[in-house]
Design a protein around this ligand. Structure first.
Ligand SMILES: [Zn+2]
Ligand SMILES: [Zn+2]
Length: 261
């Protein structure tokens, strides 16, 4: 296996996926993966889990067999301000937060500008680690603006293998453009399976092909190694905390500030 981690997988909790955590982990081990993220859909997805599902992910073991398990979500971006369908306190507890647009979650059929505005706000949210399937033509964000925002925020963008097979028809040219611009602006990418069944775990050959054809090297792919994933997530956690502390500090009166000093 060329890559050690698959950062986008779904269990039966998503409502339209067909395997358990254990089945995904076992399949990952067989594939030679060292890490998977369990990223079920956010609560606004029809048939998706209640927010309790995410609060209780602490129940998952850190490792199943030889595979490290990250606790995550694929949250829905639900408005032009880039809000997600999970409260901050839950996002904060998760190892990894993916965010993207999905039909049926109350944010369909808007003008392209709305999706661009929403995705730019979501990528600036320190809790969000990865914008998923941004090449989806059903939510036609401005790809160049998104890539530039990813560069500014030191965030990665996903190339989703499912976009070239069973979902999101018409994604290929937009993903090729995204990969080309990511290469140009040195934005990191993640190639993910978006597995909804155990047999798809670790299957991102086509996503990698799209990335590689655009000139992206393995060094630019976060999920190349589990260590690189941890470094990326750790960096963003520290950055999020620093931003939060600065915000709290700036929100204080000058009297309170002098007391802190
Ligand atoms: Zn999705
Ligand atoms: Zn997904």
């Amino acid at each position: 296996m060329l890559f050690e981690a698959d950062l986008h997988t779904h269990t039966i909790a998503s409502g339209h996926a067909y395997s358990t955590v254990k089945e995904l982990a076992e399949a990952a081990e067989k594939q030679g993966l060292k890490m998977i993220a369990i990223t079920d859909h956010g609560p606004k997805m029809p048939g998706g889990p209640h927010e309790y599902h995410f609060g209780n992910l602490v129940a998952l073991p850190r490792k199943i067999g030889g595979v490290e398990i990250l606790r995550g979500v694929e949250a829905n971006i639900i408005d032009v301000d880039g809000n997600l369908d999970l409260p901050e306190r839950l996002l904060e507890e998760l190892d990894i937060v993916l965010a993207g647009f999905h039909t049926g979650t109350g944010f369909d059929n808007r003008p392209a500008e709305d999706y661009t505005r929403a995705v730019l706000a979501a990528i600036a949210n320190p809790r969000v680690h990865l914008i998923v399937h941004p090449g989806n033509p059903d939510f036609p964000v401005d790809i160049e603006k998104l890539v530039l925002a990813a560069a500014r925020e030191h965030k990665a963008l996903e190339i989703n293998n499912n976009s070239f097979s069973i979902s999101r028809q018409g994604s290929l040219p937009r993903c090729q453009l995204l990969a080309k611009l990511a290469h140009k602006h040195k934005v990191q990418v993640v190639v993910n399976s978006d597995a909804h069944i155990f047999s798809s775990v670790g299957n991102f050959a086509r996503a990698w092909q799209v990335a590689r054809s655009a000139g992206i090297s393995e060094d630019q792919v976060i999920n190349k190694t589990a260590g690189r994933v941890k470094e990326y997530l750790g960096w963003h956690r520290r950055r999020g905390q620093a931003l939060q502390e600065a915000e709290t500090y700036n929100g204080r009166t000058s009297q309170e500030k002098s007391e802190v000093i």
